[in-house]
Ligand binder design. Sequence first.
Ligand code: AMP
Length: 474
Amino acid sequence: MASPSFDQLGLIAPLLQAVRELGYEHPSPVQEQAIPLVLAGRDLKAGAQTGTGKTAAFALPILQRLAPQASSSASPARHPVRALILTPTRELAIQVEESFREYGKHLPIRSAVVYGGADMNAQILQLRKGVEVLVATPGRLLDHVQSKTVMLNQVGILTLDEADRMLDMGFLPDIRRIIALLPAVRQNLLFSATFPDEIRGLVGSLLRNPAEVQIAARNAVADLVTHVVHPVAREKKRELLSYLIQTRNLQQVLVFCGTRIGANRLAHQLRKDRIQADAIHGDKSQAERLIALEGFKAGKTAVLVATDVASRGLDIEGLPQVINFDIPHSPEDYVHRIGRTGRAGLTGEAISLVAPPDMEALAAIERLIKKKLDRVLVPGFQPDGGTAATLMGREARPARREQEPRREQAPRPMAPRPQARPPAQPRPQGDPIFSKPYEPSAPDGSAAPKSEAPQSSKRRQPQVAALLGGMKRA
Ligand code: AMP
């Protein structure tokens, strides 16, 4: 099937030039579908995850729609905020604003980014100069509204990026307050990886006769990912993790932990087992995060232990393995976590270490993804008899297996896979994004909730195969 070219999407020359300069050859599916719709002024409901090219899918047409009003005047009054993009995390906000700058570099359109946990004054100085495109996290935007350092009365296009995550993080009331400040007549775009009920509620109230684009099927998990559950006694989880990493010689694995403290401790314990490991979470300083992420991307660190919030939007994808050391309590997080693997046309593996207390969370995940995950006992690490049987899920196992405990399966093949998937490109230096994490939301909405981990602000090498259809289409 011949892919269309960017020229066929109706984009103007300055945007085509920018895209060419970035080395994009063909639009990704979400771009191919969304760009003409947004150019036509439609409201849009888009199901697409990070890594599908969704940012350009809204940034390019937004820039084009703003272009006729673009002004080369220095006067701030000539640069009112016309497009507002709300994102859940500062890292995503920074990345999205960078994308606007890259895509819009041949247009006289200004952009700025505001997010919590950073100095308001520097942001105010930028806002004062006038910007057409404002990328913001909700809490901090409301701070600026309150201190009258931003005007939203000329916003003609609103984009909610990663709407599901914004809801998870408790931003819905802030989002509603912001929407109430916008002109009634405007274009609305909503991007979300998943569509839980609350998002569908928001879609219903926010979007007018929206066009729909679905790149990853609703709550779908990448086709190329194999899932395996290792039932394990709770106290043996850490040991099993080391065992799997060592016996299978895993070279680049993202391990998910439920808490920041747990992530730190786990990385420390892995190092004691002589496994190169580091942790990434919101409590880490900018320098520490930078070192952790760069070491992992460069292949110096085999294991990066991350919390969910830290992993969200992290510019590391296409990993061979993702391991759930702690099972996520929100099943949607499982979908996000494993979105880190099985990209770019390569297969990936999502390994979950499931102890008895995780059973309920596992069942919720299986319900969400409509898939029974394979249970594989690792000899020496299984929980005691009765619990193991429950964890194995009787109905999923042929009875014969249950009667033959000695035939438990060994871990999956142990061949290292370093050649199959080279480490991601090391990031260039000087990345400005690793600044202080968010603090929990203050009642006045002055700070963004939860801490966040960094995300590369430099665009990574395009994963063209993934962008061009590595993800499941609805
Ligand atoms: P996103 O899903 O927006 O975070 O984009 C994922 C990555 O794909 C980013 O590094 C983009 O620079 C890159 N990208 C976006 N669109 C294309 C394209 N059409 N061709 C190649 N790379 C792209």
